[in-house]
Design a binder for this molecule. Structure first.
Ligand code: SF4
Length: 407
């Protein structure tokens, strides 16, 4: 049985509510800024330019190494300066509307961000997947998505807006806080987490949205996440997954230097046009050329190709052979993803035997192709199932999905 913790309620059994974000304010968020931007912001707020660099170092340490969420906790910062910071800036993280915990230890948070300008508050989902030796955080880049991949539940939710760098970094900080992954923080009793090392050891930009359609904000956020004096996640442990925005792929390698994953799912243009409609704009051949030329590509830095297994649609052995042919010459890994159902989806998951036959063929061709064990299905946290809860409730999806999962 999964556990759902509604952090807005005081119902018996609910964990005490985490401190929530301040209401929308005119104060600028310091989260997600580069050191240069932070320094300039401090000077604008009246901090002497000569002090700015040192203050940035202090703030960086408190925000990203210690994980504090209040200026008052910054003990080596004078009271006056803390007051100045509080007057001009905020370091608020998203409001946690709900935290759900799967039987397999996967956690899903429904986060709410305050309105931007005249907009409304928005909600997104972030998922933590603990495994032996690592903990992966699946981070969202947009509220909804403009692309309409037909196997993906997020694709049925219209795009509301891009997430800001502060909101992308805020997902990582909040997940680490909830898991007790900061110094002196306690991990919740009974939580399933890696037995050693960092609890959030990997980040995948694979949540809601197409990260390359929010390029600048994703790039800024990942620069903060990978900064060696802060959150310090190696770029090799950060993977950006794209549906195939071909013109942005070389830039991603050059400027972000992160690992690349491609949401491939089909080996012919005819089928990919349906499953991943951006293929009509950037067909498979162009996509493969961009992958072959991905900066830094090597056997130690392979591209991951995601392939969702859809019964009778893309799961034949002829498809597997064509997949091997397509990837020839590209240092690659193939992730086979058993399809995760959602209400109204036109597809079924391939039979397990067929998935294994497909995997064997691809493995024999020399591609490591693990079958990704479905994780967090009972809390709708599996690949392609993310959606903001309000959308889910609005569409009456939740009950239907619960029924589907219970079968
Ligand atoms: S798979 Fe990714 S790009 Fe496609 S609809 Fe879903 S969130 Fe958007």
């Amino acid at each position: 049985m999964s556990v759902s913790i509604d952090l807005t309620s005081s119902a018996p059994g609910a964990r005490p509510a985490a401190p929530v974000a301040a209401p929308a304010s005119a104060r600028r968020s310091l989260l997600g800024l580069s050191r240069e931007e932070m320094g300039a912001a401090l000077v604008e707020a009246g901090i002497p330019p000569k002090q700015a660099k040192m203050r940035v170092q202090q703030l960086w340490h408190w925000l990203y190494v210690r994980g504090v969420r209040d200026f008052e906790e910054m003990r080596n910062v004078s009271k006056d300066l803390r007051a100045t910071l509080d007057q001009h800036f905020e370091i608020a993280r998203p409001e946690i509307v709900e935290e759900q915990i799967s039987v397999d230890g996967t956690r899903k948070w429904l986060f709410r961000f305050p309105p931007r300008g005249a907009g409304r508050p928005v909600e997104i989902e972030t998922v933590y997947i603990p495994e032996e030796g690592r903990g992966t955080l699946c981070v969202s880049s947009q509220v909804g998505c403009t692309l309409t991949c037909t196997f993906c539940h997020t694709g049925t939710q219209r795009l509301v807006r891009n997430l800001e760098p502060s909101e992308i970094v805020g997902q990582v900080l909040t997940a680490r806080e909830r898991l007790g992954d900061f110094p002196d923080a306690a991990t919740p009793q009974g939580a399933i987490v890696p037995s050693e090392g960092r609890l959030v050891s990997n980040v995948v930009m694979m949540g809601m949205g197409e990260p390359l359609y929010n390029y600048d904000n994703v790039k800024a956020a990942l620069a903060v996440v990978s900064d060696g004096d802060g959150l310090a996640l190696s770029r090799r442990r950060i993977t950006l997954s794209t549906s195939g925005v071909v013109p942005m792929i070389p830039k991603t390698g050059d400027e972000m230097g992160v690992m690349l994953a491609i949401s491939l799912h089909a080996v012919t243009d005819e089928l990919r046009d349906v499953l991943v409609p951006i293929n009509k704009k950037y067909p498979i051949r162009q996509l493969m050329d961009a992958c072959r030329a991905y900066p830094g590509l090597s056997n130690a830095k392979r591209i991951t190709f995601e392939y969702v297994m859809l019964k009778g649609v893309n799961d034949s052995l002829a498809d597997a052979r064509e997949l091997v042919r397509l990837l020839k010459g590209i240092p690659a890994k193939i992730n086979l993803i058993p399809f995760n159902p959602w209400p109204g989806s036109p597809y079924e998951c391939s039979d397990w035997d067929q998935i294994e036959r497909f995997a064997d063929l691809v493995n024999q061709a020399g591609y490591a192709s693990p079958i990704r064990t479905p994780r967090g299905r009972d809390i709708f946290a599996a690949c392609g199932q993310l959606k903001s809860e309000s959308e889910r409730m609005k569409r009456g999806d939740r009950l239907a999905l619960e029924a589907a999962v219970a079968v």
